[in-house]
Design a protein around this ligand. Structure first.
Ligand SMILES: [Zn+2]
Length: 371
């Protein structure tokens, strides 16, 4: 891609300009190790800090390098009591209350949880007394057993585990029973199961933690939005990767229409001033502008898919002794056209050449032709 070539040339330019500095080795490393890396987007970037609160709209600087070391967590304070912790572009939310201790929202997967636990130690020596599962996907909660083991070994205070009834049921559905008919779940079962037919609040010391299931069930039907009211932080896993294009298939959005609905609802709440920071479980720390940009991306996708449909209309045909093989060829043609059309606007974003855009175009395509 011409874009990547430009970046490589930029790196070379820096190499010549500052040959003797270590920054250069670093620039060259990036050019060689991560040929698809692109410069971060324009914006207000500041060095990560566990002491200084991030201003709304600001982002953590140089996240790309920080996140490609799985032994190192990036910690950023949000508001007075809330912390964003990222490891390998997987993010958790931690709340520290003087009296109640530490609440960990999504411990992350088993490969990353030890780094998360070390990061919490860097923030506070208060005990971990609460853990919340946002939804039952193991990349966000698979490390929960390690957290409960850690708590048992290192503290006298017990650990409460909160989840919605929907998360609890999903954990059970994916569990086995042993010979004694005991449930063998992959994560510790929640101790505090909350029926979220309407939003409910958990009081955690001085903190009010609001658990909400937005109507669209955009990522999964069990996905819970967790709103840290005092600090105006929302944890809404797998809905947005601020600074980056969405993951493949919009992170497996089970209902694309609902996904967009939930994003619009999230934006509305932000505009009302209810939240200022969003932790999407991935990417950088987000703001209202990031939700707007993502909705704009969806509009752009839809417009370009519709244009492609005029060039390559929906025309089922029998071929190759098969009645559906045409679909694959058709959707790939449309996706390639959409990607080409979006390159001028989105080509410099993280993930543009990963194949993700094509999966997004295909999801939008089927949302259009199926409904
Ligand atoms: Zn998920």
């Amino acid at each position: 891609m011409p874009m990547n070539k430009n970046i490589y040339l930029t790196s070379l330019y820096f190499a010549f300009a500052f040959e003797t500095t270590t920054a250069i080795a670093h620039q060259n490393d990036q050019a060689i190790t991560f040929p698809d890396q692109i410069p971060q987007a324009q914006g207000d970037y500041v060095a990560a800090s566990k002491v200084e609160t991030l201003k709304p709209g600001q982002k953590v600087d140089n996240l790309f390098d920080l996140q490609f070391d799985d032994k190192q967590a990036t910690i950023q304070k949000l508001g007075n009591n809330t912390y964003w912790i990222g490891v390998n572009y997987y993010n958790t939310t931690v709340i520290v209350d003087d009296n109640a201790g530490v609440m960990l929202i999504d411990p992350l997967g088993s490969e990353r949880v030890d780094t998360v636990l070390k990061a919490i130690k860097q923030i506070t020596d208060k005990p971990i007394t609460a853990m919340v599962y946002s939804h039952y996907h193991l990349d966000h909660v698979g490390g929960a057993k390690q957290v409960s083991d850690y708590v048992e070994q290192h503290q006298t205070e017990p650990l409460r585990i909160y989840s919605s009834a929907a998360v609890y049921e999903k954990i059970l559905r994916h569990s086995k029973k042993d010979d004694n008919n005991q449930i063998k779940a992959k994560v510790p079962l929640p101790t505090n199961v909350i029926k979220l037919d309407r939003a409910k609040t958990i009081k955690f010391g001085q903190q009010k933690i609001r658990m909400i299931v937005p109507k669209g069930a955009g990522h999964t039907p069990d996905n819970t939005l967790i709103w840290v009211k005092n600090d105006k932080v929302v944890h809404f896993a797998d809905m947005i990767n601020p600074d980056q294009l969405p993951f493949y298939n919009f992170a497996g959005a089970e209902d694309f229409h609902g996904y967009e609905e939930d994003l619009k609802w999230l934006l509305k709440k932000g505009i009302k001033g209810q939240w200022q920071y969003v932790n999407g479980g991935h990417g950088n720390i987000g703001s209202i502008d990031d939700v707007k940009s993502l909705l704009g991306y969806l509009d752009d996708l839809r417009r370009e898919v519709n244009k492609q449909l005029e060039i390559a209309p929906y025309e089922p045909k029998l071929s190759d002794r098969n009645h559906f093989i045409w679909v694959k060829r058709w959707q790939d043609t449309i996706a390639a056209g959409v990607k080409e059309a979006l390159e001028p606007k989105y080509g410099n974003m993280y993930g543009f050449d990963s194949g993700a855009v094509e999966t997004h175009a295909i999801m939008v395509l089927f949302d259009i032709v199926d409904h």
